[in-house]
Design a protein around this ligand. Structure first.
Ligand code: MRU
Length: 347
């Protein structure tokens, strides 16, 4: 199953707001619908947002070309709409990266834009396979254990990419290699991506896991429940500081306290060398309602205001290593993003 794809002239995506209760695909043919789907997290996760951004530009370019009847259409209007799309969510750099990369083909026409978007989709599929293999090998090396027990947060699986996932892709690879003792996904308040999506994916793969309340994660690490922590990323700054789902930073602090490797798994497209450090990363604020209630039921007294950052930033000092599809950057051993060369894709 692909989380997002181009099928018969439209974007098809899994509506993740319905999981784990219903697995339903949505067909998206209009830009406002795509933007709305991104904002309400029907499609989510940094790499999937990159593909959504690129396919969204393919939609707009095809519309412009159709409207013109002849030639490529009004490219300024395509660029204006693409700006709306790239700004739909601010933290995951993959969204603007996917939009901008698809736009590079704009002068050659809508078919060329679609071809570029499909290349991004295919690269994402290959990158996840490679990250899984590299990450699994690194985990065994760093922990000296096989099988291993791992903790993770949010959803970084096939649902957050096109097919296989980043951090959860490493867990899947470990499982396929017979090297996963148990996974501990955090439930991931306030929108429960861990409970709704990661638990669903782990169950479908048949992997052993137990769900953990967010506030129990750091304590359980201190009690030695896991050998490593894996997270994904929405944006990795040039110095290695990594933005990811809120709660990642607390896990990193606890992992350091417990002496457990803390590994960020993300494709090269999540690295943003134009952002110097974590303080420069815009953090999406998703407003009070997600914290003061859930699924349409209010849980806090009426009128309660909440602070709701969707992401936090883990400083590079707390990150053992960053794994991409092309390299491992051992931050804790003093390696840097600037100095670590790209290697080959694996798998
Ligand atoms: O708000 P979300 O669900 O889009 O947040 C997603 C995350 O924080 C993921 O960990 C990140 O995008 C990496 S996905 C491979």
């Amino acid at each position: 199953m692909r989380t997002i794809d181009w099928v018969d002239g439209a974007i098809e995506l899994v509506d993740q707001t319905l999981l784990p209760h219903r697995l339903e695909m949505r067909r998206v043919t209009q830009l406002p619908d795509l933007i709305n789907d991104i904002q309400r997290l029907a499609v989510r996760g940094a790499p999937a947002l990159g593909v959504a951004g690129a396919l969204g530009v393919a939609l707009i370019a095809a519309d412009a070309q159709r409207a013109a009847g002849d030639g490529v259409g009004d490219l300024d209007e395509v660029r204006r709409q693409a700006t709306l799309l790239r700004e739909a969510r601010p933290t995951a750099v993959n969204l603007s990266w996917g939009v901008d990369r698809a736009l590079t083909a704009l002068n050659e026409g809508a078919d060329a834009v679609l071809a570029e978007a499909l290349t991004i989709r295919d690269e994402d599929i290959a990158a996840c396979v490679s990250m899984g293999l590299i990450g699994a090998e690194l985990t065994k090396e760093l922990t000296g254990k096989d099988p291993v027990r791992v903790m993770t947060i949010c959803n970084t699986g096939g649902l957050a990419t096109v097919e296989r996932g980043t951090a959860l892709g490493v867990i899947q690879t470990l499982f396929e290699q017979g090297s996963l003792e148990e996974a501990f996904p955090l439930e991931t308040r306030p929108l429960l991506q861990g409970a709704r999506l990661t638990a669903w994916e782990l169950q479908r793969m048949g992997a052993p896991f137990r769900l953990v309340a967010d506030s129990a994660g750091p304590f359980l690490l201190s009690r030695g429940i896991a050998d490593a922590v894996f997270i994904g990323a929405d944006r990795i700054a040039a110095n290695g500081d990594s933005a990811n789902k809120i709660g990642s930073f607390s896990l990193a602090l606890a992992a350091r306290h417990a002496g457990v490797p803390f590994i960020v798994v993300a494709p090269e497209s999540t690295i943003d060398m134009s952002t110097a450090g974590g303080a420069d990363i815009e953090i999406e604020d998703r407003g009070s309602a997600e914290v003061t209630g859930f699924g349409g039921t209010r849980t806090a007294p009426e009128g309660t205001e909440a602070v709701n950052p969707a992401f936090d930033v883990t400083p590079h000092e707390l990150i053992t290593a960053i794994v991409t599809e092309r390299r491992v950057i051992l931050l804790q051993a003093g390696q840097t993003l600037r100095d670590t060369p790209l290697g080959e894709l694996r798998g």
